[in-house]
Every structure is written in structure tokens, then in C-alpha cells.
Ligand binder design. Structure first.
Ligand code: NAD
Ligand code: LMR
Length: 329
């Protein structure tokens, strides 16, 4: 049995960076065959068709089938995994709030099509920005699909945070763990190093030796660097992150399906954990086992961390109010 994976926006930049890695087995492993459904809007169909030709030319052993469509019900038919990438990317000078109305209209119809056509085990990862609120819109529109099956990508933020911390400590990134992202995939996010480990030991002493005042370093260097990395990439590249976003998407889905070996981060529905209002899709420290994410509970948060989480969650509440007032949820 192959896994059916629907990728929206498959003719775009991230789509192009994702498809070949999925076909090569990087996401689901070397034993899992895949069927790819590339869902586009009419303007994007030719690019998706071109990618499908190249997928054929790759002669990937695990790739059973590729279908290109602009019909959402065809695109999500029987899907086990959906990667909702198709959206309008942020350009120079734009904030995510500007994108809410533009992208909100995409995710309601897609949520409905998922409910109507996808397999009963469907799991959805929203990459298109504003990812948390787009996931909320899709989930609200997908009657009968549990809210736990809708997630927003914040793994890219976590990968960025781990990489920055590793560089500061002069250590390989694989040794740096437990750097969760809280809140929104936006400049308000809180990358949290208070539980971070290096090679299994707390980072505190080594970090102090490297930077001196750890709190000042977090406020002035680390948090802005991570939280504004998306904007930095846009400024330097001239367009938003692509390969790193695709790679983080693969990390997220692989861990969701096969389990995580430690904490990681994902935007998942809140059931009130850590005081985050119920129903919001917010990033938390999570673990995955048995094909489901669980929020890591019971972590101590000092007042400083609490205030940062509250600020990002307040932004999510505002976004929810905006899409409610637009009739999108
Ligand atoms: P892109 O413009 O290259 O591609 C987007 C594609 O989506 C286009 O081909 C477009 O035709 C298609 N599309 C638009 N509306 C669609 C719809 N209703 N159905 C299906 N396809 C549709 O953009 P990109 O660089 O691939 O980025 C895609 C999204 O990912 C953007 O919103 C970007 O901001 C976001 N992003 C998120 C993260 C994250 O960490 N969550 C990171 C990077 C980028
Ligand atoms: C990113 O984090 O790179 C993307 O979400 C692009 C953006 O708009 O920041």
C-alpha cells in the first residue's frame, strides 16, 4: 500500500523543493511507496505539470503515481497526508497580517474538500502563511475531521533556533536539543532555550561562558535573529525561504508519522495547555508517538518567558478575531 500525499502549490518554489525529496523517500523512509497529487490553481498548472515530468524522469523507485489537478476534491481524494503550501508568499515590507484576507479564502474551501474527499486518517500540515491561522481556517471548515489532524509548520523556526544556538556554542547542531518554539510562526514567536540541552546536558553554563549575560543575549541577539530570519532571507535572497522550509516540512511530517526522538515544535490545536485559549493553533513543545503529537506538559516558565508566550498568543487571538470578522471561520 502506498501513502497518498497531496501537495498544494506544487508548482511553486517550496513545492519544487519538496517533491523530489518525498519521491526519494526522505519523508516517509526507504520502504514506503508514495502517490503524489499536485494541486494547483490554473495559473500554476503548467509549472506543476513540468515538475511531474521531471518526477517521471527521476525514475524514483518509491514513486507509484503522480497526478496534477486544479480540482480540490480530485486533489485530496483518498489523501493520507496533505501539505498545504499553496498561498501567496510575503514580499518585501509585508507583514503576515496583510496576508490574512488574501490567503484566508484559500483554506476554507480546501478544508471542506479535505473533509469530503480525504482518507479517514488524513493528517494536514499547513506551510502557507500565515500558517497557524490558515490551519485554523482549514480545520474549522473540515467538518468531521478531528482538529488534532491539522498542524502548522514551526519546525523551520526550531531548526533556525537550534542552528543559531549550536553556532554560538561552537557545537554540531545535532547535539543541540529541546529548543521549542511557542506561539505564532511570526516575528512574535518565542524560541525558548530555558530547557535546551547540548549532548544531553543543560546549555546554561556553556552559554554563559560564550555570551556572558544570557538574558541580554536572548533579547538582543538570539530571539530577534530567529524570529526575523524569514524577513532576513526575503531581504537577502529577494524571496522567501524555500529549501529550508521544504526540509523542515519533511522533518515535521517524518516525526509525525514515525515518531520523534525528543521534543520538537509544531503548531497544534490548544486544549488550554499553558493557558493558551482553546481552539487556537499555537506552537508548543511537542513529542510524537503512535502517529499523534502530544504537547509536552508541566514545563516551568518564569515571568519573562510567560510574557513572551502571552504576546505571541495574543497575536493569534487577534488573527482569529480578524478571520472571524471576515466570515472565514
Ligand atoms: P510560490 O509563490 O513559489 O508558490 C506558491 C504556489 O501556490 C504557486 O504555484 C501558486 O500557483 C500556488 N497556489 C496559490 N493558491 C493556491 C490554491 N488555492 N491552491 C493550490 N495552489 C495554490 O510560494 P512558495 O515560496 O512556494 O511559498 C509558499 C508559502 O509558504 C507562502 O505562503 C510562504 O509564505 C510560506 N512559507 C512558510 C514557511 C513556514 O515555515 N511556515 C516558510 C517559508 C514559506
Ligand atoms: C519564513 O519563515 O521563512 C517564511 O514564513 C517566510 C516569511 O514570510 O517569513
Amino acid at each position: 500500500m502506498a501513502t497518498t500525499i497531496t501537495i498544494t502549490g506544487a508548482g511553486g518554489q517550496i513545492g519544487y523543493a519538496l517533491l523530489f525529496r518525498i519521491a526519494a523517500g526522505d519523508m516517509l523512509g526507504p520502504d514506503e511507496h508514495v502517490r503524489l497529487r499536485l494541486l494547483e490553481i490554473p495559473q500554476g498548472l503548467r509549472a506543476a505539470e513540468g515538475a511531474a515530468l521531471e518526477l517521471q524522469d527521476g525514475a524514483f523507485e518509491l514513486l507509484d503515481d503522480v497526478e496534477v489537478t486544479d480540482d480540490a476534491e480530485v486533489g485530496f481524494d483518498g489523501a493520507n497526508l496533505a501539505l498545504l503550501v499553496g498561498a501567496r508568499p510575503r514580499g518585501p515590507g509585508m507583514e503576515r497580517g496583510d496576508l490574512l484576507a488574501a490567503n484566508g479564502g484559500i483554506f476554507g474551501p480546501q478544508g471542506r474538500a479535505i473533509a469530503a474527499a480525504a482518507a479517514s486518517d488524513i493528517r494536514v500540515t499547513v506551510v502557507g502563511n500565515p500558517a497557524n491561522t490558515n490551519a485554523l481556517i482549514a480545520s474549522s471548515s473540515a467538518d468531521g475531521v478531528p482538529a488534532e489532524r491539522f498542524t502548522a509548520l514551526t519546525r523551520l523556526d526550531e531548526n533556525r533556533a537550534r542552528a543559531q544556538l549550536a553556532q554560538t556554542l561552537g557545537a554540531p547542531v545535532t547535539l543541540v536539543r529541546r529548543v521549542p518554539i511557542w506561539g505564532n510562526h511570526s516575528a512574535t514567536q518565542f524560541p525558548d532555550i530555558s530547557h535546551a540541552t547540548i549532548d544531553g546536558a543543560p546549555v546554561a553554563e556553556r552559554l554563559e561562558a560564550a555570551v556572558g549575560d544570557v538574558r541580554a543575549w536572548q533579547e538582543q541577539t538570539f530571539i530577534p535573529r530567529v524570529a526575523k530570519r524569514g524577513a532576513e532571507i526575503i531581504e537577502v535572497r529577494g524571496s522567501s525561504s524555500v529549501a529550508s522550509a521544504a526540509s523542515a516540512t519533511i522533518d515535521h511530517v517524518r516525526d509525525w508519522v514515525h515518531g520523534s526522538d525528543d521534543w520538537t515544535s509544531a503548531g497544534v490545536v490548544s486544549r488550554g495547555e499553558y493557558g493558551v485559549p482553546e481552539g487556537l493553533i499555537s506552537s508548543f513543545p511537542v513529542r510524537s508517538s503512535g502517529g499523534a503529537w502530544q504537547i509536552v506538559e508541566g514545563l516551568e516558565l518564569d515571568g519573562w518567558a510567560r510574557a513572551r508566550i502571552d504576546a505571541s498568543v495574543a497575536e493569534l487571538v487577534d488573527e482569529r478575531e480578524t478571520v472571524r470578522s471576515l466570515g472565514l471561520i
